[in-house]
Design a protein around this ligand. Structure first.
Ligand SMILES: Nc1ncnc2c1ncn2[C@@H]1O[C@H](COP(=O)(O)OP(=O)(O)OP(=O)(O)O)[C@@H](O)[C@H]1O
Ligand SMILES: [Mg+2]
Length: 612
């Protein structure tokens, strides 16, 4: 379920919205009770820790309640009777009581941290495991910064709600009842006066709670927006610098950062109004008690000690109300965060396995597209009625203008997406009947942009098959013509890849990616070549590597190189999602159609290279 606002590439658009703060009002889509119930269900596993915390807190406040009574006794009995032994006894008892409280305080703090940290740990683990199962569409809709923010900020907010005194506040409610009872015993008329102020307090806190929930939702969203701009700017730093756009980027970040500040301040303004208002009500109550109490004492309805004790109980009676309001803040923030987390938890993968998926042992590699139509957005097909028959071991080249649907076509093979009509059949099985694991295990994909993980070159290649030995890794690298340049890196195969890793060129990255595919030894190979912007020598190397890799496998290659296309068994020419021509290089060139003109535009200049 989406929270009712556009997501996805809209990070930019939303960034712009922030100019006109306070921005659109955001509200929880789910009832707070539903959220609470789900939260409680998650915490239930740690009920032992929570019970210990609760019991410690209750015992601590029970002990605390004896204090004013001791004072009353000292004032009304011990002092008038000059009872020194009694005073010493009371002193010793109070010291002992503090020692017990200390122990209980330790238990309470330790176990509440334990429960809340465990919860953070588990939610982070489950959330990550869950979003990993989600299909690529999820990642297209949700910007990276947003996802990271939910796994970090939002979980943090939930932890604070548990750690930050929520339980203490509930114990406080129990305390209020106990204090109320004691006050009734001490002087029931005074107690009734105090009780009259309670509904006013409750109304005030209800009012602030309602206001705060919406505002905290916006705080969490703004935090995610800041994260988004941050992650975008950092990944795009090279582009920003190249276009001397640092100023603009700073502005964008500045505006999101300000949005975050404003959202936080909007909660502060509610708190700033609510807290003093509540303090005023309780101060008013205290003043009344002092006035009336003095009168009762003078009339002989109450002892001085009882009035002193009553006043102490009164202060403690009001304390939970203040705590509750403070806790309400964190609780509201946690509810807003919980909703955002549950929203991800409730996301279902678009691509799912059937009830009893077939596990393909070793594919032959026969592939058939039967009337396959695909659309990223409903009603806007980018692949239309594709019919293709590929024999095991054949090489299929896809050509066509940019945006014609080549990448889309090959993305359907590992089931990154499912067709909206028609079906894809591998070795006689509809892809949707095959287990994703066995399907993807036999598919090697070399995508347009090679991604290197923050690991050594060796491990980056080993990603193709985790149990490969070092010797196998190096053999694959040699086949992909990657061995030589890897050895020239300062640490060779142990050089670090990924962000901030060894700076290697795109052609080199491609060869790492090829080595990965070779190591995997897939039955179906998908090569989505980056445009041929590598130098001639590299081009020849990549070409030679490609030919080796393609041997004996069904290969789909999106080719920007004439040499690859020329030797393909079938060439599919795509135009606006339709296969407009098909055949071999020579036949298509002879036909003088779409391929022939594409050839003129794209490949003719490569003749010299291909020949060399
Ligand atoms: N994830 C996506 N969500 C929505 N639309 C998409 C997505 N990916 C591609 N498209 C659209 O689908 C169409 C086909 O894109 P595709 O990436 O398949 O083209 P291509 O032939 O591979 O182009 P190129 O040669 O530039 O790589 C384009 O109009 C593109 O805008
Ligand atoms: Mg493409």
């Amino acid at each position: 379920m989406m929270s009712g606002r556009p997501m996805g590439p809209g990070a930019m658009a939303r960034g712009q919205q922030a100019w006109g703060m306070p921005g659109p009002k955001v509200t929880l889509q789910t009832s707070p009770w539903v959220l609470l119930r789900r939260l409680v269900a998650m915490i239930r596993d740690h009920d032992r820790a929570l019970i210990i915390t609760f019991a410690s807190l209750v015992s601590m406040s029970a002990l605390q309640m004896t204090m004013p009574w001791a004072f009353k006794h000292v004032i009304d009995v011990t002092i008038p009777e000059r009872d020194v032994t009694g005073l010493i006894e009371i002193g010793v008892a109070l010291v002992a009581m503090q020692a017990v409280r200390y122990g209980l305080g330790y238990l309470q703090r330790y176990y509440i941290s334990f429960a809340s940290q465990q919860l953070v740990f588990r939610i982070a683990r489950d959330l990550f495991a869950h979003i990993q199962k989600l299909s690529l569409r999820f990642y297209e809709r949700n910007p990276t910064g947003e996802i990271i923010s939910r796994i970090t900020n939002d979980i943090q907010a939930m932890q604070q709600a548990i750690n930050g005194g929520t339980i203490m506040a509930f114990v406080g409610l129990l305390n209020m009842v106990a204090f109320g009872a004691i006050m009734l015993v001490l002087q029931w008329k005074l107690a009734l006066v105090v009780f009259v102020t309670v509904p006013v307090l409750v109304a005030a806190s209800q009012f602030s709670a309602a206001k705060l929930r919406d505002r905290y939702q916006r705080v969490q969203e703004k935090a995610a927006d800041v994260n988004n701009v941050l992650s975008e700017n950092i990944s795009g730093m090279r582009v920003a610098k190249a276009f001397a756009q640092e100023g603009r980027q700073r502005q964008r970040f500045g505006s999101e950062n300000r949005g975050n500040l404003d959202a936080n301040m909007s909660t502060a303004s509610v708190q700033a109004v609510a807290t003093p208002a509540i303090q005023m009500i309780s101060a008013g109550g205290t003043a009344l008690v002092l006035g009336l109490g003095t009168w009762f004492v003078l009339d002989g309805d109450m002892t001085v000690g009882a009035l002193v004790a009553f006043n102490s109980y009164l202060i403690q009676f009001y304390q939970p109300v203040e705590d509750l309001i403070r806790v309400n803040n964190t609780l509201q923030q946690a509810l807003a965060a919980a909703e955002r987390i549950f929203e991800y938890m409730d996301e279902k993968p678009d691509v799912v396995e059937g009830a009893s998926p077939i596990s393909l042992e070793r594919m032959q590699g026969a592939v058939r597209f039967e009337g396959v139509t695909f659309a990223y957005e409903p009603g806007k097909p980018v692949l239309i009625d594709a019919n293709v028959d590929v024999q095991p071991g054949q090489v299929v080249a896809l050509v066509g203008h940019t945006g014609s649907g080549k990448t889309t076509f090959v993305n359907l093979l590992p089931r990154f997406y499912d067709p909206v009509a028609g079906r894809i059949v591998v070795d006689g099985h509809d892809l949707r009947d095959v287990s994703l694991e066995s399907l993807r295990a036999q598919m090697g994909v070399v995508i347009q942009e090679t991604f290197l993980f923050g690991a050594t070159m060796r491990d980056n290649i080993r990603y193709g098959r985790l149990d490969a030995t070092d010797a196998e890794v190096e053999a694959a690298a040699r086949e992909a013509f990657a061995d030589e340049f890897i050895r020239q890196l300062p640490k060779g195969y142990d050089a670090w890849g990924g962000d901030g890793g060894a700076l290697i060129s795109r052609g080199q990255r491609q060869r790492i990616s090829l080595a990965r595919a070779i190591l995997k030894d897939p039955r179906i190979l998908i090569l989505d070549e980056a445009t041929s912007d590598v130098d001639t020598e590299t081009e020849v190397l990549i070409q030679a590597a490609l030919e080796r890799v393609m041997r004996g496998r069904t290969t789909f290659v999106i080719a920007h190189r004439l040499s690859t296309v020329r030797h393909a068994d079938q060439i599919l020419v795509l135009d606006h999602g339709r296969i407009v021509e098909r055949g071999t290089h020579d036949a298509l060139l002879g036909a003088g159609g779409a391929y022939a003109s594409l050839y003129q535009a794209q490949f003719a200049g490569q003749e010299a290279v291909a020949a060399g």
